[in-house]
Design a protein. Structure first.
Length: 72
């Protein structure tokens, strides 16, 4: 069971990194300090799908870490 959780942690972490890197937010360091006057907009299509997958992978990752701590 521990080895399954270890594999789940590794796969979810790698997938989470890839999905986060695929997101194109366009928020560089300059926009963090007031540059760029983009208005808020709703997520559509692939952008929304990546957002939902990111949340799911984050929950799976944290859940598997907690399960690993409980089983340790």
């Amino acid at each position: 069971m521990k080895s399954f959780i270890d594999v789940l942690i590794t796969l979810s972490a790698a997938s989470l990194i890839i999905v986060v890197l695929l997101q194109n937010q366009g928020s560089g360091l300059g926009e963090a300090y007031g540059g760029g006057g983009n208005s808020y907009r709703s997520k559509r299509g692939v952008e929304r799908s990546l957002f939902v997958v990111t949340i799911i992978l984050g929950v799976v990752f944290v859940g598997s870490l907690i399960a690993r701590l409980v089983l340790a």
